[in-house]
Design a protein around this ligand. Sequence first.
Ligand code: ZN
Length: 106
Amino acid sequence: MSIYEEVEFEDLNYDPKTQMYTYPCPCGDMFSISLEALWDGEDIATCPSCTLRIEIIYDEEDLPQLREESESEDEDEKGGQGEEGENMKKEVDGLAENTKKSLTIK
Ligand SMILES: [Zn+2]
């Protein structure tokens, strides 16, 4: 595995829609790496059209927060509490009914 070039993080192009970082490759295509991969500690961006790779020089503290993660955390907090409460009620009702039935049968 050979590295074509070492590229500073701030020299990359960022697309906030896809959360992908790109850098022009000499073959005419683009090296690309996702923000998620960078957070995972990945620092090698590959080109889809050739075998060249670049190494990205960055510190984790330079990375923007992952958008997906923060959104899903908010949803979990809001949705989780309501669902849990309903499920608890259903379970209690179900238990009570089962007890009544079994008592009637016996
Ligand atoms: Zn290329």
